[in-house]
Design a protein around this ligand. Structure first.
Ligand code: ADP
Ligand code: MG
Length: 600
């Protein structure tokens, strides 16, 4: 507390932060507080998320406020609604003992009339998103004549979000004598331009080296096939029962989808993104803060600046394009000296991105193997056991104690434990009893594969075999049918990309192949109107167990493994009219003479 006093803070404000448990100022606070208190000077401060910026500008500004002047004196702009609310709440806490001060947050997505009524009552500090503030100014609903200080919080993000025009408008509209304090994690050109145009001879403060991840964060990555990313995420979560995390996705569609899947997989989670109504967002954040949600799936924009304490993990479900975003994301864990883990789940194509981030951070990501079923179950069971051991023995059990003892009395200790575990974890144990090994082989990880998943070892598929279905097609070697023809037809007519084809075996008059039809209702129906070399191309499910087409055997030709990707489609060699591989729509009344001749 003494340190804060030395910086110039006093009285009620000191009391307020003492209640919050602040003891010593953070580096950015040490530098910023005396400047705002002491000089009438503009300021540019570069500092990462979690460095305590809100108090750095909030404490001195609150102390300087004149409670007797019933006008907006401090204007704080921030990019998102959540951040507005959070800053407002933080400032209210700091000034808990200054009952003469009124702090209000305004932001889009909620009733503007209510906000106008609130403003009419008189406000000293207004926290606002730029868009909503412009609306209010245009409606003449806000008086900014007496504004003495403007804070631009998370400036880079405000500009990223397209608030440039609004910021220009607001900065033009506020009194020229005001001081402007610009806070930003990064200094892109647009932020510099704002500083140049609207700040006067600003003092520049930078805290911490730029692009340097916090030292308490360990960076880890999992490298898997693109289609296994979700399953990997699921296992990483299941393997960390204590997890309290934000999962970052690139788009809001991804955020929604991942959250939806995780919910289906019984993980307490929800998504935070721009499409939610204000009430929905508040509700999601409330559940996450109170830890009723274990994970929050969010886009960078939606999560920007949110102060959520004690995250154990940050998960990059997609790696961001730029290093700054990564720094921002990972900076949300490992706070207050606690250990944090930043996880990236990448596919082979993203290795380059990972390398670039490593290079910029000057930190290595540690490669981690995707946990198998046993690891997940062990983690869950041991965690559960620890929780039980650590639980308090409640006296209140005594009235029922006798009955309970009688009920369980027959069981041995081992049986009782088994029963409890089966009851609590039956589903988990069953799910993880035989799961696929998702890890890539060394050669796949480092190999020249360039992202193609062809060189992969069939044995590894383990428990996933069952998702393949065996189909029979009525054309074969005698019809000059080749695996390439099969792939071309699938690419042409199946409206699904990235289908995985298991084995292909071509016989004299027919062909069998395996395809992963997970999520596809009726694969056969895609090919109803197709013909090959004048023959109707008819697909039927054989009902055979998959896996049998892998080994070449007599009479069959190993087709190898193929991915029906869009790339394949482009590689198609056979044009219309090519005599060898002609196929197209079935024509009415066409005779499939050659084929029927063979049957006889
Ligand atoms: P930033 O805006 O830089 O991302 P915040 O202002 O949101 O960071 O602060 C991050 C967290 O650190 C908050 O929970 C805040 O209460 C806490 N905090 C800030 N300053 C101090 C301090 N001097 N001592 C202890 N905790 C602090
Ligand atoms: Mg902040």
């Amino acid at each position: 507390m003494e340190k804060f006093r030395e910086l110039g803070l006093e009285g009620e404000i000191l009391k307020g932060i003492a209640d919050l448990g602040f003891e010593t100022p953070s580096p950015v606070q040490e530098k910023v507080i005396p400047v705002i208190l002491g000089e009438e000077r503009d300021l540019v401060a570069l500092a990462q998320t979690g460095t305590g910026k809100t108090a750095a500008f909030g404490l001195p500004l609150l102390q300087k406020l004149d409670g007797g002047l019933n006008k907006i004196q401090v204007l704080i702009l921030s990019p998102t609604r959540e951040l507005c609310v959070q800053i407002g709440n933080d400032l209210k806490n700091y000034s808990k003992y200054r009952s003469d001060l009124k702090i209000t947050s305004v932001y889009g997505g909620t009733d503007i009339r209510r906000q106008i009524r609130e403003l009419e009552k008189g406000v000293h500090v207004l926290v606002a998103t730029p868009g909503r503030l412009c609306d209010l100014i245009n409606r003449d609903a806000v008086d900014i004549e007496a504004v003495r200080a403007v804070v631009l919080d998370e400036s880079d993000e405000m500009l990223n979000m397209g608030f440039k025009e609004d910021l220009n408008f607001i900065l033009e509209a506020t009194p020229k004598e005001r001081n402007t304090y610009l806070f930003s994690a990064t200094m892109p050109r647009e932020v510099e331009r704002i500083a140049r145009n609207y700040l006067h001879d600003p003092m520049e403060i930078a805290v911490g080296k730029k692009n340097q991840g916090a030292d308490t964060v360990s960076h880890q990555y999992y490298q898997v096939r693109a289609k296994d990313c979700y399953e990997t995420l699921h296992r990483v979560i299941d393997c960390a029962p204590d997890m309290y995390a934000i999962i970052f996705t690139r788009t809001k569609i991804d955020a929604r989808e991942i959250a939806h899947k995780l919910q289906k997989d019984s993980i307490d989670c929800d998504a935070l993104h721009g499409d939610l109504s204000q009430t929905q967002r508040d509700e999601v954040m409330a559940r996450f803060r109170s830890k009723r949600l274990k994970v929050l799936v969010a886009t960078d924009v939606a999560a920007r600046g949110l102060d959520v304490d004690n995250l154990t993990h940050v998960i990059n479900y997609n790696l961001p394009e730029d290093v700054e975003s990564y720094t921002h994301r990972s900076g949300r864990t490992g706070r207050a000296g606690r250990e944090g883990i930043s996880v990236a789940i990448i596919n082979s194509k993203e290795k380059g991105k990972l390398k670039r981030i490593e290079h910029a951070l000057k930190k290595q990501f540690e490669y981690r193997e995707v946990p198998g079923g046993e690891a997940v179950c062990r983690a869950q069971l041991l965690w559960y056991a620890d929780k039980i051991l650590a639980s308090e023995q409640k006296e209140t059990l005594s009235p029922y104690q006798q009955e309970l003892f009688e009920k369980f009395g027959e069981l041995t200790k081992e049986e009782l434990i088994q029963k409890i575990v089966s009851y609590e974890f039956g589903r988990l144990l069953k799910k993880y009893a035989a799961v696929e090994d998702l890890n890539l082989s060394e050669s796949e990880r480092y190999g020249s594969g360039g992202g193609r998943e062809s060189g992969r070892d069939g044995k590894k598929r383990g428990g996933r075999e069952s998702s393949f279905t065996v189909f029979n097609v009525n054309v074969g070697r005698d019809d000059d049918f080749t695996p390439r023809d099969l792939m071309t037809i699938i690419n042409e007519y199946a409206p699904v990309r990235g289908l995985e084809i298991g084995g292909i075996r071509i016989f004299n008059t027919n062909t069998k192949f395996e395809v992963d039809v997970t999520g596809i209702e009726r694969f056969g129906s895609y090919f109803r109107n197709v013909n090959f070399n004048g023959l109707p191309f008819t697909l039927t499910e054989t009902g055979e167990r998959p896996g049998g087409l892998r080994k070449p055997e007599k009479g069959g030709e190993r087709g190898g493994k193929w991915n029906a990707t869009a790339k394949w489609k482009n590689e198609r060699r056979f044009g219309e009219g090519n005599s060898r591989g002609r196929f197209g729509e079935k024509r009415k009344g066409m005779d499939n003479g050659r084929r029927s001749a063979k049957k006889k």
